[in-house]
Design a protein around this ligand. Structure first.
Ligand code: S3P
Length: 441
């Protein structure tokens, strides 16, 4: 299969209902929680992408049996202390920061040292943000050049509860600490800058000993040792981060309308909706429901007539952290200058995404002023590229969101695009191109 895609035509108007795959954050968390449960957990609509399959491989390496077919996945947990920690074990988190960081919390009591490795992109990402708090519990770490993978974790049988102030707003760090606290006698107290709260909601749903106090800018979490986790049957709702590409494509296309069915709309994940609504995009939630503590709904979006620029409040950053690349495409077509700040974390993702934003937008002929943690985008409401304008995107760290954002730009603004590294979508959204084809029919 070719790894390159050529696009030289904008998408025509469409009016469709679509379904995107299961949420990645929930899928990985379901695998990890189920691997600790006593008994069989079942999931429907689990995201079948490389990141989630890597999570399944990881728990299998720890001695947990897993059964998967098209319809459902079953995990046969052996209880909170049911992992088999073999000698010389290596866990490969591949491209997944979520898996790599969360699983370290669960390895904190391993009697054997465990190696954690990842692909080229993950090996450039910071792991000190989890090794620091996890060391306070009593584990030891050896990291490459202080921060990076490969790393080795040396678990401890004598874990002490900790007090930790999580200042980055990283759900991965927060969740890793929660997992470690579940294995520790005493009460761990975390003050955490706001970030997605799926781990806390799952703990509550499973009746684990957690309390969460929500304040305006941070949460206070207390968690005690967990004795038992009951099996967790879960029908995973669709991923808002995958929906984001189609929300933006619809907003930027003429006379179009789209309904995305059954999407997780956890308030800590819908920053993109708040931002786009402020920019004048019409988005409606229909059939809202609560499922196991998580909100879900169908999302309806309409083509935009006029797009306003935005001075984006940083309080919205964490809820939109994975969506900024596509949000910037909307800013490219807005009337006026948009400003996004305090976004240093974007350069800590699968690839340095602020740098990518600058590159993609400059290919569109859009002026930007970028710093280490902010971007100003000089929008052009008439943005429309000539079909002789050649654009080549070679995404050497295989960042799935760089590939998908480039394709949405090509379909929205025109130009003659050659976009490399198509296989990057397998980490989060393997049927992305099939859904695009369906919109063209
Ligand atoms: C995730 C948290 C976010 C996000 C990532 C998934 C999670 O990362 O970017 O794609 O599932 O916890 P950080 O926690 O590092 O911000």
């Amino acid at each position: 299969m070719s790894k390159v895609i050529s696009v030289n035509q904008k998408i025509r108007s469409f009016k469709k209902n679509i379904t995107v795959p299961g949420d990645k954050s929930l899928s990985i968390r379901w695998v990890l929680f189920s691997s600790l449960a006593k008994g069989t957990s079942k999931a429907k609509n689990l995201l079948m992408s490389e990141d989630v399959l890597a999570a399944i491989e990881a728990v299998k390496k720890l001695g947990i049996k897993v059964f998967i077919n098209q319809k459902e996945c079953k995990i046969f947990g052996k209880g909170i202390d049911g992992y088999k920690f073999k000698k010389n074990l290596t866990i490969n988190a591949q491209n997944s920061g979520t898996l790599g960081r969360l699983i370290l919390g669960l390895l904190i009591n391993s009697p054997e040292p465990i190696n954690l490795i990842g692909d080229k992109s993950l090996s450039k990402r910071d792991f000190k943000r989890v090794s620091d708090p996890l060391s306070k519990f009593g584990a030891k770490f050896k990291l490459r050049k202080n921060n990076f993978l490969p790393l080795k974790i040396y678990g401890s049988p004598n874990l002490k509860p900790i007090k930790y102030n999580e200042k980055k707003g990283s759900a991965q760090c927060k969740s890793s600490i929660i997992f470690a606290a579940m294995r520790t006698n005493g009460t761990t107290k975390i003050k955490a800058k706001k970030s997605r709260n799926h781990t806390e909601l799952l703990c509550k749903h499973l009746n684990l000993p957690i309390t969460v106090k929500n304040n305006k800018n941070f949460d206070e979490i207390k968690i005690k040792k967990v004795k038992q986790i009951n099996p967790l049957n879960y029908n995973i709702p669709s991923d808002i981060s995958s929906s984001a590409f189609f929300i933006v494509l619809t907003a930027l296309s003429k006379n179009s309308e789209l309904v995305i069915k059954n999407v997780n709309i956890n308030p800590s994940r819908i920053g993109i909706i708040t931002i786009l609504k402020k920019m004048g995009i019409k988005i409606i939630f229909k059939n809202q429901k609560i499922y196991k503590g998580e909100k879900k709904a169908d999302i309806k979006v309409l083509s935009a007539k006029n797009i306003n620029s935005i001075n984006c409040p940083p309080a919205l950053n964490s809820g939109a952290i994975d969506e900024f690349l596509v949000i910037f495409l909307v800013a490219a077509k807005a009337k006026g200058i948009s400003y996004f700040k305090n976004l240093g974390e974007l350069n800590q993702k699968e690839s340095p995404r602020l740098k990518w934003a600058e590159k993609i937008l400059s290919n569109l002929g859009i002026k930007t002023i970028t710093t280490n943690d902010s971007i100003k985008i000089y929008g052009n409401p008439k943005l429309n590229l000539d079909y002789n304008k050649k654009i080549i995107i070679r995404n050497y760290l295989k960042d799935h969101r760089v590939f998908m954002t480039s394709l949405i730009a090509a379909l929205s603004f025109g130009g003659k695009w050659t976009i490399h590294d198509k296989d990057s979508i397998n980490t989060s959204f393997p049927n992305f191109l099939k859904i695009i084809e369906n919109l063209k029919k």
